[in-house]
Design a protein around this ligand. Structure first.
Ligand SMILES: C[S@@+](CC[C@H](N)C(=O)[O-])C[C@H]1O[C@@H](n2cnc3c(N)ncnc32)[C@H](O)[C@@H]1O
Length: 200
């Protein structure tokens, strides 16, 4: 028999993720973006645990059956999918070039190849407000580390102090994070897509 849908079930994200974000962003999070939403686990947890005005969830449907994933996302988000959670279907590289709002919280969990991480950071971080929080999942993965390092050295061109939170939920799964400086200069998304043609 099919188990009834459990709204509170959350495989990956436990209290540490939410308490960490609350500690970093204690006020209202007007605009949050999740890159790579899949079936909406993080999105559900974020809306249940954080003071989020609008959450935009980007996904290109690459993982599994995208129609099923969208259906489960809508079921999981329920009424919120009509009021404060918005699914942006398509590539994060494309949405990142046109997204119109300033972001308070950016959660990066889309493609995990180095090029995806690099592209997501170079296109989306310029849209994060000064004082906003950037978190990227799976910081323990080599490809994620490579993309992050390339972004930091090629785009930020500084020795960025990137921290690690976690493990969150499952043991050994960590996230990288940093807060954008309050008076950070406003920049346009970086157009250098890197030199290596490899892409996922
Ligand atoms: C690890 S899953 C995300 C898990 C999700 N955050 C959760 O809470 O369950 C990664 C998702 O990123 C999506 N994805 C991969 N590459 C992408 C891209 N270039 N643009 C948008 N979404 C992408 C995949 O379709 C997949 O659903």
């Amino acid at each position: 028999m099919k188990k009834p849908y459990n709204r509170n079930y959350n495989r990956f994200y436990g209290t540490p993720m939410w308490s960490f974000i609350k500690q970093q962003l204690p006020g209202e999070i007007k605009v949050a973006v999740e890159i790579g939403t899949y079936r909406g686990h993080w999105a559900r947890g974020a809306l249940d645990n954080l003071n989020i005005g609008k959450l935009f969830c980007v996904d290109n449907g690459k993982k599994g059956d995208w129609v099923v994933a969208r259906k489960l996302w809508i079921e999981r988000l329920g009424e919120d999918a009509l009021t404060r959670a918005f699914l942006l279907m398509g590539k994060s590289e494309q949405w990142g070039q046109v997204f119109p709002f300033e972001i308070d919280l950016l959660y990066v969990d889309g493609g995990h190849k180095w090029k995806n991480i690099y592209d997501d950071l170079r296109l989306w971080v310029p849209r994060v407000k000064g004082g906003g929080l950037i978190i990227g999942h799976d910081a323990h993965e080599k490809e994620v580390q490579r993309g992050l390092k390339k972004y930091i050295t090629d785009v930020e061109k500084v020795k960025y102090k990137v921290n690690r939170i976690g493990p969150i939920g499952k043991p050994r799964i960590t996230s990288f994070w940093w807060k954008k400086e309050i008076n950070a200069e406003k920049t346009e998304p970086n157009n250098d897509s890197g030199d290596t043609p490899e892409h996922s």
